[in-house]
Design a protein around this ligand. Sequence first.
Ligand SMILES: [Zn+2]
Length: 331
Amino acid sequence: MKRRELLKSALGFSIGLVGVSALNPLYANTDMVVKADPMYDVPVTKVTDRCYYLLAKDPEPSPENHAFFNNPGFVVTSKGVVVVDTGSSVQIGEMLLRQIKTVTDKPVIMVINTHYHGDHFLGNHAFEAAYPGVDIYAHPATIAKIKAGAGDFWFGFMQRNSNNGISGTVVTLPNKEFKGGETIKLGDVTLNIHQFGKAHTEADLIVEVVEDKVAFLGDTAMRRVANMADGSFAGTIETMKKAKALGCNHYILGHGPHDNASICEDMQKFCEVIYNDATKYYDQGMSDFEMKPKIMENPFMKDVASKWPGYDSTLGVFVATAVAEVEKSMF
Ligand SMILES: [Zn+2]
């Protein structure tokens, strides 16, 4: 085993065993790892007086973008700052901290990870380092996944795709749980935490900022053809109905620019077309390979979804995933 992997597996083991409260001694070990270059500044996008995010332009991680391809967000309350998703690395988390400081001098008092994909939690390290013991919330199923291997998997994924651009990042576990259904009052801001069932992953959290009529959707909705392997088409359809019913003016996404409720409608429609057509053609005995061109004929796919990044290269995988879900629903 290579030295870096050995160190990393040892860190992963210790963190999994002792949890985040005992993390500080482990930071000493990271001195042995050469930390990758800092992340360049990505400007803040303001949605309302309290709600902000950093818009990632690229749909995938690369050496050039330092694995920055999702949108970390934050809410400025009168009590302090709530961060929603922390980016793919300690470097991106540090950059997010710099950007928050361009908006407010208030400290970060809470971090929320919407789900266990690495672009949403690997930046936790920077917040634990800047604010030791800060509350980092996630769904218990998300925490279990990170402990059970998603932490190591996503660290490796980001390292490979960024040419080791996240070196020095330590998988830093959430230390508090939201299950959905919580209402958090922080001075002038009320946060409603929602979990609407399996959608992009088995336990995505949606963060609603009540006073500003804003919802952070994580990756439950996006206008691109993304990874659905951990999610559910049927579940996303239901989650989109509930997200739209929140009646927010602005929906902030994990990937791509924020929008109004039309994003919920588009994501619902996209999943309905693929899932309903996959069900219909499956019943007719077609393979996913045969049904893909038929699904592409649907007016919504032709006129709308075909313009989303990744459509041509990943639609086939999407259809195959839908067929697997159709098959599973029969048992
Ligand atoms: Zn994701």
